[in-house]
Design a protein around this ligand. Sequence first.
Ligand SMILES: [Fe+2]
Length: 477
Amino acid sequence: MTSAHSTAHSSPASSASSASPDLSPLNASVRRFHGWEPLRIEGELPRSLRGTLVRAGPGLMERFGRRLLHSFEADGALIGLRIGGDGGADGAVRVVESAGYRAEEAAGKPLYGSAAPWWRRFTNGLRQRIKETGNTSVLSWQGRAFALMEGGRPMEIDPSTLRSIGASDLGGVVGQAFSAHPHRLDARGVTYNFGQTYGPKPTIELYALPDEGQPRRLGEVAVPFNTMIHDFAVTDRYLVFVLSSLKLKLGRALLAPKDMVSLMDWYPEGAAVMLVPIDDLSAPVRIPIAPRFVFHLVNAFERGDEVAVDVIQYPDLSVMTALSRNDPDTASPPQLQRLVVAPKARRLRSDELLWDKGCEFPVMPARSVGRDYADVWMVTGEEDQATGVVRYNVKSQDAQVWTPGEGIVPAEGVFVAEPGAERDEQGWIISLVCDGWAEASYWAVLDSERIADGPVAKIWMDQPLPQTFHGAWIPGA
Ligand SMILES: [Fe+2]
């Protein structure tokens, strides 16, 4: 791209545009952590927007002079945007200060992950000692906020400061793990989540966090083999899991290898949809499907005696190799697929592609969860890079795309509903965008129904920030 491109968009007043885009900060450590600071706004913020958006991602890619092998093991960064409704906005960036992080700070050396010595990694595995990095997502529940990672307990944070409070078991409810993908079902007023346990009898532990009242452990469901389950979906009657064609080699995990791909086998016959009745965990239904790998489910809903399950799927495990080796252009592209299953007949009815473009990181309005929906907002991509934000209508197959341009990379948008809106899909998509030309990141505020128009406002952070995975909007805060 020529330098003309760099003048085609505005950059923060404090930094000049580069001659070529630098996207290396997406895979580097946060340069500066700080509390709330006023941000420069380009455009105009909608007056109805009032709240705090918090995103989570890997924050520290080097520790004590050593580069981590992959971002999954990095201490989390919480990147916050606070919009006060007065036309202004503040930003903050905080590291997740887990007990493991504090122990490493005190020791002055790495104690967890690939940077730790081999014997330490081995004993960590034996004692199931993990660092709860909170580097994947954020949950807002009953006025409290939590930074999440799938292999550990939630890390409670103060949503007004983004400072870490400590790992929580939600009053003795959560066991070892609490996934980074809780889902709230409006019809029941409950946020559901799960945590995986591994071993000779692998299970999924299930949790219910009601809008009011105490959290509960619903029980556990057996999983037929040790696999990696990142996400799930919820309908009026079912918790919906998709088992990928990935089998973990647990014996090898004890050897504490640095390369996580060496722990994974392609296991084509393992792929299945598993429906767990919310009101009867003893009767899960497992329906085999064609081989695939799935990180994220888009949604699921009931239609007569059938359940539709929409997923973002990969044809193989190349994405895990690519993530592990930090070589994204070797991954097969993810695509949006609909599986329709009939639980009573225990049959797969159909398995069809919904969109032929590469897409990931699906989000939607809270009220669409578990319902026959039309619109999903995703990040689109080409080859190895996210290139745009799309509103895709799964019924009409209409795609509205915002493409910010080469060298500018958007992350997953968070859907913020317009207060009092007539239509569920009416609101804002707020994406954290790394602008490689401006050497800074900005929050793009997009009208959810007019995505192709581009941002109504850009809110500039004063530094380029690393990639983030997921986040949450805390209204009114
Ligand atoms: Fe995820």
